[in-house]
Write a protein of this length. Structure first.
Length: 322
């Protein structure tokens, strides 16, 4: 079995590639190693994949939003399915760099849909809990309306879902969208709260608490996310709806203050808190209803925040040699 994985040097893509190759499968990876955050972290992830799995990984350093480069890279590869995880991430960054989001998340997604159509292979792709916008009905369900995005990032992810619905209808391609809820864990992104807070606490710098810290998030450990992605891939050619959308979360909404306290405990030192107003494009609460993916794919998150945060801090200290 060979899987095409976009964003293979990214946080979730790295862990998915690792899991698939640990099962003896082959991965054709695509990543453009852009500088949204330090590309060295992506290089280190790839080095770790090669150390663990050697020639099971084939990696192309291209931008999948460039359809000609994508076609050229894939022309000699056969694969049975696609895991499209690559994207321009980050809600706040989309306020400053909107064109990067449309190019990567809309044009790029279309290009992968075209690959799936031409190859007639199923595709599982990354959507986001951000599509729920300022929804005040908790927990968030796939049946909720998602037509009021509060960031351009969210709008591009909703556009991906709509395009996928069209392709599934027109070309009968099995497509599955996964709405990820606040993923964290080892090898995570340095623009996300676990990394930012851990780094600040260990160096004695203040941590920024938007909305004065009155925030709740459905923090989901990376291993649980990968369980859901692999289950979706393994069922991607089965019977049922041609286009499916699922939440993947921990199904537990945690106060930001508790999240900070767990990092403080793991770091063995207190945080310096800096309360700030809510940022444009942000939301106060996220909370996943995972009953649909549990029913259809057997998904069951196993990692509590109490267990996951110490794992991240241990990895961070080892990676940074602290």
């Amino acid at each position: 079995m060979t899987t095409l994985v976009t964003g293979a040097a990214g946080f979730i893509g790295f862990h998915l590639a690792d899991r698939l190759m640990s099962r003896g499968e082959r991965v054709v990876g695509i990543d453009n190693f852009n500088a949204y955050y330090d590309p060295q972290l992506k290089e280190d992830r790839v080095a770790e994949l090669r150390r663990r799995h050697g020639e099971l990984l084939t990696l192309h350093r291209i931008d999948f939003a460039d359809h000609e480069a994508l076609a050229a890279a894939l022309k000699d590869h056969a694969f049975e399915r696609i895991a499209h995880l690559g994207a321009q991430a980050g809600v706040r960054y989309s306020l400053e760099n909107p064109r990067a989001y449309v190019q990567a998340n809309v044009v790029g997604h279309l290009n992968l849909l075209e690959v799936a159509r031409e190859r007639q292979v199923p595709m599982v792709y990354a959507s986001s809990s951000s599509v729920y916008g300022g929804n005040d009905k908790l927990p968030f369900s796939e049946e909720d309306r998602v037509d009021h995005p509060v960031s351009l990032y969210a709008a591009t992810k909703k556009a991906d879902e709509l395009m996928s619905e069209t392709y599934a209808h027109l070309y009968r391609i099995p497509l599955t969208g996964l709405r990820f809820f606040t993923v964290y864990g080892p090898w995570g992104r340095p623009d996300m709260a676990p990394w930012l807070f851990t780094e600040a606490i260990l160096t004695g710098k203040p941590i920024k608490l938007f909305n004065n810290g009155d925030m709740r998030r459905d923090f989901t450990y990376i291993d649980d996310i990968i369980d859901g992605v692999v289950a979706a891939l393994d069922h991607s050619s089965g019977a049922g709806a041609r286009h499916r959308i699922y939440n993947i979360g921990n199904s537990r909404s945690e106060q930001l203050e508790r999240f900070v306290q767990l990092i403080e405990t793991a770091c063995e030192r207190p945080a310096v808190r800096q309360p700030l107003p809510m940022q444009p494009g942000d939301v106060r609460d996220t909370y996943a209803d995972v009953s649909a993916i549990a029913r259809d794919l057997g998904y069951a998150p196993r990692t509590s925040l109490d267990a996951g945060i110490p794992e991240f801090v241990r990895w961070y200290r080892a990676y940074k040699e602290l």
